[in-house]
Design a protein around this ligand. Structure first.
Ligand code: HPA
Length: 246
């Protein structure tokens, strides 16, 4: 695939081998300005700000994914196929559906179950199990231990629906309850497409999320709390990027 692409006006040399992907373009800018040394803006198509700088001497990029699987599907496809990026680490937020996972905890998605049809494009005669890169997960777990974070590793749900339409349904049909029974830790909206693209193009991906919503107890982080939970996740993500470079 040639560059520039329809959504990224840059060159391969503009990106580090690891790209951190928050959903929100403003968060990408915040990360670049607060966590990277000498950040340079490398993409701004559609306001999807991408920066490359250094952290502990390692070149690291950060670019927003937008919300949902079609959006992260586009950006990860282009980063992997046109810009030579090896590792994409989604750094997002998620809604926990297990009672023992609390607000501000970190969830690391070893697997990403999904209600999306993203895999259909690959013409597989069965269901593919989207999983993260073991190398990235191992580095992220080691980093979470160093930081002293409370973290959970397991399966998440990447859903196409933020709102859903479960109100008034019999309990047996409640979407979150049924995924909870299968051990799903939390719900977000991007990882399955990212993991599927990484598998198809022989690249590496991992999603780590801060729990911003506890959907069982209907608890939600305040804006300030979101920020502190986010700082811990950033330390884990950046230390993981350093480990991957070695
Ligand atoms: N659902 C989907 N994505 C999310 C949620 C949620 O409750 N919270 C944060 N991201």
């Amino acid at each position: 695939m040639n560059y520039p692409t329809p959504h990224i006006k840059a060159t391969p040399a503009d990106f580090g081998q690891t790209v951190l992907m928050p959903g929100d373009p403003l968060r990408s800018k915040y990360i670049a300005e607060h966590f990277l040394e000498n950040p340079v803006l490398v993409n701004n198509v559609r306001g999807v700000q991408g920066y490359t700088g250094t952290y502990k001497g390692v070149r690291v990029s950060v670019m927003a994914s937008g919300m949902g699987m079609p959006s992260i599907g586009i950006y990860s496809h282009e980063l992997y196929n046109a810009f030579g990026v090896q590792n994409i680490m989604r750094i997002g937020s998620a809604g926990a559906i297990q009672p023992d996972i609390n607000l501000k905890d970190i969830v690391m998605a070893m697997g990403a179950s999904t209600d999306s049809a993203w895999a259909n494009q690959f013409h597989l005669a069965g269901s593919f199990a989207p999983i993260c890169s073991y190398e990235m997960l191992r580095a992220a777990v080691a980093s979470a231990e160093e930081v002293g974070a409370t973290y959970h590793v397991g399966n998440i749900l990447s859903s196409d629906c933020f709102y859903g339409d479960d109100e008034g349904l019999p309990a047996a049909l409640d979407t979150n309850t049924n995924w909870r029974k299968m051990g799903i830790m939390a719900i977000e909206m991007e990882s399955a497409a990212l993991y599927l693209n990484a598998a198809r193009y022989h690249k590496n991906a991992l999603c780590i999320c801060t729990v911003s919503d506890q959907l069982v107890r209907k608890e939600y982080l305040s804006a300030d709390e979101r920020q502190t939970g986010f700082e811990e996740m950033m330390k884990i993500a950046l230390e993981t990027a350093v480990k991957l470079e070695k």
